[in-house]
Design a protein around this ligand. Sequence first.
Ligand code: ZN
Ligand code: ZN
Length: 270
Amino acid sequence: MSCSKSLSEAKALELIDTHCHLTFAELQPHIEAVLARSREAGVTAWITVATDRPQIEKVIALLPKYDNMYAALGIHPHYAKDASPEDLSFLKKAAQADKVVAIGETGLDFHYTFSEAEIQKKVFKAQLAIAAELALPVVVHSRNAFDDTMKILDEFAGKLKNVVIHCYSGTAAQAKLILQKGYYISFTGIVTFTKKVNETIEAAKLVPLDKMMVETDCPYISPEPVRNKRPCEPAFMIHTAKILAKLKGMDLEDFAREITATSRIFFNLA
Ligand SMILES: [Zn+2]
Ligand SMILES: [Zn+2]
């Protein structure tokens, strides 16, 4: 029967929001409802990302409570200026907890430059060293800092397990360079903003599915057509997945299966 077929197809979606901030104040107080809506939309697993020491503590406390919830732990470049050597040791220890599957987000942000560039670089390198030592993949935040990001990653060539450039908003030419290094690229709702970001859409077209991941980066960046709904939440990732599937000329179900497989490989999920 056609209606039971479409129901089973809807159930078959098992997308992973590979970058969300479930412990941020906009989302955590409503987490049960947020996760329920996410499952309903076919986004059934989550990598929740810590950005500083207090967030690392919150994420570690949240993880055991939910199946299919994993974490990336790191110090965001915005907070690099506050990161003490003790914080980095704390991160290294916390990253060995159950269900922690990556280091990050870490990287460089020269758009805001809330922390001085040299301090950002130092804290980025320290976290890459931790990732190399623990053999964990790295979630990289890079904004207006493409060349420096690539240069620092080059210094760790051969030492890092896997690297993803998250919330990709660069050009197709930059995406080619990232892919040449063997890194992954993760897309947010930015690719749904068709009027403004043709370059990023061109980039998405050339990223193969075995290097592509999808994320919300919620509570930020609600995708079209729910761009005005705030905060963004994992359920909204379905809109970004639909746009990317269309760009690839694929059925949503086939696209979802492929990028979920890619995400599982990247984060080494069971
Ligand atoms: Zn980021
Ligand atoms: Zn983020």
